[in-house]
Write a protein that binds this ligand. Structure first.
Ligand code: ZN
Length: 195
């Protein structure tokens, strides 16, 4: 498999409602290892498969952001958020929208279940930052961006930055350094069928 990279908005992978993972194998484990590496290099605390143009329902987090703190790493495969409680608004950013931040209201406490890299199902009760990161990443596998959840007044403030990112992406498509949306979607479909 070719090397993964974090794709920016408005790459079609970021609007893809991803497919359940049906097979956990060495190739998938290699993808996950690469996702952690990319996440740390970009100074993120979470990364979803959609963000590296893989149409699978999986994401990784390490809320410490510290590569040395391996015990903080969690892989979520086929995640489901089964309970949500409370609500709190806080600034969020996203590796697919570099240097763009906005306030998002999320549940303070959640219960999430998922499978790990050994195919074992687990359930976690999370709160505060952990809960926020998981809700943000879960949105990614559903094709939802945090900016979809920013209130319109606040969104207006960051809209110029978002439009700028879109313009850069479209220009690169015109130059041919990024494939067309149609080609990118074809690739996503092929990847979806392959797993
Ligand atoms: Zn994100």
């Amino acid at each position: 498999m070719s090397r993964l990279e974090i794709v920016p908005h408005p790459h079609p992978a970021l609007r893809w409602k991803s497919k359940e993972v049906s097979r956990i194998d060495d190739e998938l484990r290699a993808m996950v290892a690469e996702m952690f590496e990319l996440m740390y290099s970009a100074r993120g605390i979470g990364l979803a498969a959609n963000q590296v143009a893989l149409p699978y329902r999986l994401f990784v987090i390490n809320p410490s952001g510290d590569k040395a703190e391996k015990d903080q790493e969690i892989v979520f495969i086929n995640p489901q958020i089964t309970r949500k409680n409370g609500s709190e608004t806080d600034e969020e950013g996203c590796l697919s929208l570099p240097e763009i931040y906005g306030p998002v209201t999320r549940a303070t406490k959640i219960v999430v279940d998922a499978f790990d890299l050994n195919g074992q199902q687990f359930e976690l009760e999370l709160e505060d930052l952990h809960a926020r990161v998981v809700q943000h990443e879960y949105d990614h596998v559903e094709g939802v961006m945090f900016t979809d959840r920013v209130a319109s007044e606040e969104l207006q403030k960051i809209q110029p930055l978002i439009s700028d990112l879109e313009l850069q992406f479209r220009n690169r498509q015109k130059e041919g350094t990024i494939e067309s949306d149609e080609q990118l979607r074809k690739k996503l479909l092929a990847l979806e069928k392959a797993r």
